[in-house]
Write a protein that binds this ligand. Structure first.
Ligand code: ADP
Length: 386
């Protein structure tokens, strides 16, 4: 934009009025030579940039530009000087004298005083707060969008998984209702009906865990002797699968964690069921409890084929199943997602790795609860794992 003024440069009266205006405006105001040197700066501009007037009068305006904005702004500026009818308006960053970055809204106009050398007048407004606020909003919006996308994907997967057993149940019920079936077929149909119903119940149970923000359960987190809880689960699996070799090494007999016994049992149970499902019947399944620095670690080791490298980062995601698992065995792909959720609810972490000699290691760690002097009192409480 060009502002033409008649005659020569402003006379004294006009000049003092202009100076009054220049100093009193609520935004930074500067006058520049066409090559970008400061000729005048107002107090507000000094405050905005942190530089004293004398310093600024030795600088060029481009010295204030943030390095990342310089190239774009130079192009915009060159275009403006070539054709001042083009409006110069920019939102960009300045680097203050103290090194801090601020966002500014800048407008510029060329001022021509008759035949005198043109000047450039700029207004500079600090818009840092507005820019930061909109960045926060944008950030929040992006996170919400992502959360919504995850939720939608999860709902899509869940409704698909619910439909399968439901369709089977309805089909089987129809068969039983319509025909007079011989007793052995009726029995087999009832068994299938039960299997699909159990699958449905497991799915619902897992979904509840994954969606859970259950204050009741969080309240019942208590000091537990981890190896005792884990040992009990191993014993149960030994009883159910007498043909399978199970090992159990308790290397941290006194180790305490703050946890929820039912959750820990469920995690260990899921990991053991996977080890049984994904390794040959003759393979040993070994469970180790040990202390590593400030954590108690439970490792479930098997002698199966292990998890492929490309599957490792994904197997804790809901409904993820490796190709071999999809081909060889039934399952919903929710067990490990449930384990991760339950471990994280207790402040722990969970991971999987390939064992150097073959087979898988599935492990989780919970922070050690340092035993108080009267630790035995805690352990002796009724109902506690001791
Ligand atoms: P599911 O067993 O129903 O498929 P999980 O969430 O328990 O669901 O496991 C996810 C996937 O992780 C499995 O499909 C399988 O590919 C892999 N996996 C889990 N445990 C083991 C294991 N012990 N050995 C090899 N692969 C495993």
């Amino acid at each position: 934009m060009t502002i033409e003024t008649r005659g020569a440069a402003p006379a004294n009266r006009g000049e003092s009025a202009f100076r009054g205006f220049f100093e009193s405006v609520a935004v930074g105001a500067v006058q520049l030579s066409p090559d970008g040197h400061f000729l005048e700066v107002n107090e507000r501009f000094c405050a905005l940039t942190g530089y004293p007037r004398e310093d600024l009068l030795r600088m060029r305006v481009a010295d204030l530009d943030h390095p990342d904005d310089r190239a774009v702004d130079q192009a915009r500026w060159d275009q403006f000087l070539r054709d001042p009818d083009i409006r110069y308006e920019a939102e960009k960053r300045y680097v203050r004298r103290d090194g801090g970055t601020i966002w500014v809204h800048v407008t510029a106009a060329v001022i021509r005083y008759g035949g005198a050398r043109p000047l450039i007048a700029k207004t500079v407004e600090d818009i840092t707060e507005r820019v930061r606020a909109s960045e926060v909003l944008r950030d929040r919006e992006e996170r919400l969008r992502q959360a919504l996308a995850v939720k939608e994907e999860f709902l899509g997967l869940v409704s698909h998984e619910l439909r399968t057993p439901l369709t089977v149940i309805v089909g089987l019920a129809d068969v039983m209702a319509r025909r007079s079936l011989p007793p052995h077929v009726l029995q087999e149909t009832a068994r299938e009906l039960r299997e699909s119903s159990e699958q449905l119940a497991t799915l619902l149970e897992s979904m509840l865990v994954l969606a859970r923000v259950d204050r009741e359960d969080e309240r019942s987190i208590e000091p537990l002797r981890l190896a005792t809880v884990v040992g009990r689960v191993v014993e149960r699996h030994r009883d159910v699968l007498p043909g399978r070799r199970f090992g159990f090494e308790d290397r941290a007999p006194a180790g305490l964690v703050e946890g929820h016994e039912a959750w820990i049992s469920q995690v260990v149970g899921n990991l053991l069921s996977n080890a049984e499902k994904y390794s040959p019947p003759a393979g040993e399944v070994c469970v180790v409890v040990e202390r590593v620095e400030r954590e108690l670690v439970v490792r479930v080791l098997d002698e199966g084929p292990g998890v492929a490298d490309e599957d490792l980062p994904l197997i804790f995601d809901p409904f993820y199943r490796a190709a071999h698992a999809r081909a060889e065995s039934g399952g919903l792909g929710l067990g490990l997602a449930v384990c991760r959720r339950l471990v994280e609810l207790q402040g722990g972490r969970i991971w999987a790795a390939r064992r150097p000699a073959g087979g898988s290691e599935f492990a989780f760690a919970l922070p050690v609860l340092e035993a108080p002097d009267d630790g035995l009192t805690v352990l002796a409480r009724p109902g506690r794992a001791a």
